[in-house]
Design a protein around this ligand. Sequence first.
Ligand SMILES: Cc1cc2nc3c(=O)[nH]c(=O)nc-3n(C[C@H](O)[C@H](O)[C@H](O)COP(=O)(O)OP(=O)(O)OC[C@H]3O[C@@H](n4cnc5c(N)ncnc54)[C@H](O)[C@@H]3O)c2cc1C
Length: 373
Amino acid sequence: MSKTYEAVIIGGGIVGSSVGYHLAREGVETLLIDRDDHGRATDAGAGVISPATSSRTADDTWFEFATGAVEYYPELDEQLERDGATETSYAQQGTIAAAIDPDEIEPFEEALQRIDDRNLDTIEEIDPSEAVERFPALAEPKRVFYYPEAGRVDGRAFAEALQTAGRSHGLETLADEVTSIRTESGAISGVEAASSGRINAESVVVAGGAWSPTLGDQLGVTLPIDPQRGQVAHLSLPDTNTDSWPIVNSFRHHYIVPWPDGKIIFGATREPDIAFDPRLTAGGVDEVLSEGLRVAPGLQDATLEELRVGLRPVSEDNIPILGPIADVNGAYAATGHGATGLMLGPYSGKIVAECVTGEREHIPESFSVARFE
Ligand SMILES: Cc1cc2nc3c(=O)[nH]c(=O)nc-3n(C[C@H](O)[C@H](O)[C@H](O)COP(=O)(O)OP(=O)(O)OC[C@H]3O[C@@H](n4cnc5c(N)ncnc54)[C@H](O)[C@@H]3O)c2cc1C
């Protein structure tokens, strides 16, 4: 008789990898299956972890969840290191939010107001010259604030770290495509995989990012998620120490994320209504480069190293979809993280793992699968 896993996770982006890590850590026999689609969001994610500077600060539900997620990051990062995954890429390096042109002053003031409403008192307006000292390639801003707790993470590196650490607890991983989810008498019995065939399982977690809706259909549940394309540009500045440069947010929905050794990422386009079309486009790349150089003209001569594109899994109400799928025993969802899945995903993975083990009985209604029924 072939082996029966206690849990199979479909999708090995940052969300599925986190579910897998947390389940394995609890001793649950878990198999993570991933098809590695071109356009996987986690591979393109530029990695800003900063709820306080998000325009969604005004959204209570999202903000409270994001605060928990950000507080969990350093603890998780240390745990991964103890479990043998040292290359997580996570670091707290602060962010500056800069209004460069006059049209950005009004959104800047709105952001300050939201910060004030939230009593986020570590954020302070700083002198424009101080911002340029911190990020020497910056255009002199009109107004700017600094938020020291913001962090950054490379999605691909963090997902790999979660899987590496998970393997140290027995997590198994498989490169394959789940073609169907099998149920018997209203309960999960396993999955069918394109190359590996039938795999028995007591529970299944749908963590397929933008590809999740077809998996939901098989379980008779609507997971209303659309792909939103994002394009980013990777630059490098030879012989420049960027280790302590902060992230830069502007007020036209773009950002710049510096990494050690002179690496800089310009992000990102937000292109809805493109279906499954993870292409780099002339217009998208032009937008990302033009906006990055408007904010940081000192990077004109940086080397253009790489362009990436990914599909963000955006849910209908822009809130993740987490937890049990009511009509099928043993079925769970962990998806719909949109533009903030690197920030929220590791924490969501922990929460969904707790649902699978039975440690957590309740998911807030606004995150539940049932809210769309
Ligand atoms: C350009 C860009 C910039 C971003 N910047 C940020 C940022 O600064 N901060 C932030 O917090 N977030 C950011 N995000 C969002 C973040 O990257 C996503 O929300 C997050 O990565 C989603 O992770 P996921 O695991 O749900 O999905 P994905 O990473 O897309 O992974 C889903 C996986 O499921 C697999 N799969 C699907 N169906 C099947 C199947 N049937 N069988 C097997 N495998 C399957 C796919 O192949 C894929 O590997 C950005 C995204 C993009 C595209």
